[in-house]
Design a protein. Sequence first.
Length: 217
Amino acid sequence: MALPAYGVLIGTLDHFAREDPNHFGSWYHGKIYVNARLGLYECAVDVSTPSGVPVQYREVRNLDKRLFSVSSTTDEWHPLARSEESGALDYLRSPLLRGHAGCVGFVASPLIDLVNTILRSPRFGWVESTADNALNLLEERLSHSRRLYVFGRPYTTGLGVHDIHMNQGDPPGQFQGQDGIWQDGGTIIESNGGTLNAFLTKFKTQSLQTDDNGLPV
């Protein structure tokens, strides 16, 4: 069980667009257009669906660059093995996605340690998307970017990336057969100042506790 293909697109922002909220398919997307070696890639970020299944988003600020193993590669599509060593993302397992932001206090204290652990937890900080709130945040972060890392599944036709969201923890149904660990999608934005920030999305029905096959437990 896994996505048919997985990797990361590295490049620079060309422009950002939103789908017409009155005319879209099964999911409503923000579209990040990324310049890379082969041309312009379309990256579709799910932020809403008319099916009634809510989408949630989370931002993780100030990622530790020492844990970001794909940061020195070239501007193009890179297939990734489903492993921590490859640089793949896993919302529930990646030390990279613990970040530093949200930490409180500079004095050692068991209470402060507990608060910081909660703030860095993958179960903390998810916001229900209204589409606009998620896209407003994403667009603001993109406007100050110098390099982008978009994780997900490549289009089978044309240049693009989709499944830019959590790809594990689905309930029984049509998507659970593609669940797996170390294959989550997401957008990591390198700012003009050099900091790394992650914009992550998931469907509310996806569990934040999974087994070694990426299935909900």
